[in-house]
Design a protein around this ligand. Structure first.
Ligand SMILES: Cc1cc2nc3c(=O)[nH]c(=O)nc-3n(C[C@H](O)[C@H](O)[C@H](O)COP(=O)(O)OP(=O)(O)OC[C@H]3O[C@@H](n4cnc5c(N)ncnc54)[C@H](O)[C@@H]3O)c2cc1C
Length: 354
């Protein structure tokens, strides 16, 4: 039976190292631990939240007046395979990067560009984890959940999850309704690594080393290592020794604009003497939030009251000795200035747990 501890400081359970104490705290390593804990929470009428590795959550300075359930442990199981594909069922508490490493080592393709992203596997569908041209949604076949009220298991197909850019049904309509216990992925045994992102293209197409790799699994491994190198340069890895990594990753989402909105902001940017960078995103335009933040006058490394913009990545807000209140004040300062200059509202990516 999982032990329920009292008055546990939450900051060390988050990547950004912020947050006061949880009244109750427990870790669950598997589904039966989780169901037992949910039963306790129900019997004692405790409010609760489920977290993984805390890399995309921000707790309040006051802490959390309820039970925080942290999913840990590891379980990776091949449930089916053909000559071309493999189905893999992964326990939610499994460290994501370990699962990516395991897949790449086996020569399974589909998530190699998502190497090095901090967090648990169960959190990946919540915000449709993505980086360097890949999104986890393109490999998810099923998300297996427990209903928070009656602990019944429910199976969501990939399309039922309504994945979108850093978004899914679990962040919207079904927010707080289900706990993800397993994710089932379909990875390819035959596809070549996906190289869409410009930094990766330049480091592979022009690389003698990459072009001389004869084995597909070695090419997958090469891409994984390249992605990790790029992430390290941007402090986008979980690394206790790197003070710039004390963040939630990207704090702001890249705005997705209609044609009209895009033209408006492009005009304002061209008045400042710049061209607006953009990516076509279905029938809309995705623009880099980092570009807007920089043009609004913020530089990498800007710090106020111990909260700062990363020296290596404009989108990441870093804890240099701040409180949650001070971090959120900096976030407001940035988004207010971007709005004042360009009439674009920046949406934040991390989840603030109250
Ligand atoms: C340095 C750094 C770099 C990052 N880079 C990227 C990146 O490149 N791309 C990207 O997409 N993200 C990135 N992130 C954000 C983060 O890694 C992901 O959002 C990750 O999936 C969070 O996993 P976690 O286990 O830490 O989730 P947590 O932070 O613990 O939780 C996040 C949210 O998911 C919910 N949740 C967690 N587990 C479950 C579950 N089993 N069932 C239901 N709800 C659950 C929580 O309640 C919370 O709302 C980065 C973060 C950091 C710190």
């Amino acid at each position: 039976m999982p032990e329920i501890e009292k008055n546990i400081l939450l900051a060390p359970h988050t990547a950004i190292n912020l947050g006061g104490k949880a009244k109750y705290f427990t870790e669950c390593q598997n589904e039966s631990d989780l169901i037992e804990t949910l039963q306790i929470a129900k019997d004692k009428n405790l409010k609760f939240e489920v977290i993984g590795e805390g890399s995309n959550v921000i707790f309040q300075d006051e802490g959390y007046n309820g039970l925080i359930i942290k999913l840990t442990g590891e379980n990776i199981e091949i449930t089916d395979e053909t000559d071309s594909d493999v189905l893999i069922k992964v326990w939610a508490g499994t460290n994501w990067n370990k699962f990516v490493e395991w897949s790449v080592n086996k020569g399974y393709q589909g998530i190699e560009c998502l190497s090095g992203i901090p967090g648990s596997t169960g959190a990946t569908p919540v915000q449709n984890l993505g980086a360097y041209g890949q999104e986890v949604s393109s490999t998810i076949v099923n998300v297996i959940c427990l209903d928070r009220n009656n602990f019944r298991q429910l199976n969501f197909s990939g399309s039922q999850c309504r994945f979108d850019y850093r978004n899914s049904i679990f962040k919207n309509e079904l927010k707080g309704r289900y706990i993800i216990s397993y994710v089932v992925f379909k990875l390819s045994k035959v596809n070549e690594p996906e190289i869409k992102y410009s930094d990766l293209i330049s480091e592979t197409e022009n690389s003698v080393e990459y072009n001389s790799l004869l084995r597909r699994d070695k090419r997958l491994e090469f891409i994984r290592n390249k992605v990790i190198d790029i992430r390290r340069r941007k402090s986008m890895l979980s690394d206790d020794k790197d003070t710039e990594a004390k963040s939630c990753g990207s704090f702001f989402k890249n705005p997705v604009l209609t044609f009209y909105e895009f033209n408006e902001v492009s005009r304002k940017i061209s008045e400042l003497g710049f061209d607006m960078p953009f990516y076509k995103f279905n029938d809309k335009y995705k623009i880099p939030a980092a570009f807007l933040i920089e043009r609004a006058g913020f530089e990498k490394g800007y710090t106020k009251n111990g909260a700062g913009i990363s020296k290596n990545h404009t989108l990441a807000l870093v804890n240099r000795g701040c409180t949650t209140k001070e971090l959120l004040e900096l976030a407001d300062e940035i988004s207010n200035k971007v709005y004042k200059n360009f009439r674009i509202k920046l949406n934040i990516e991390p989840i603030i747990i109250k």
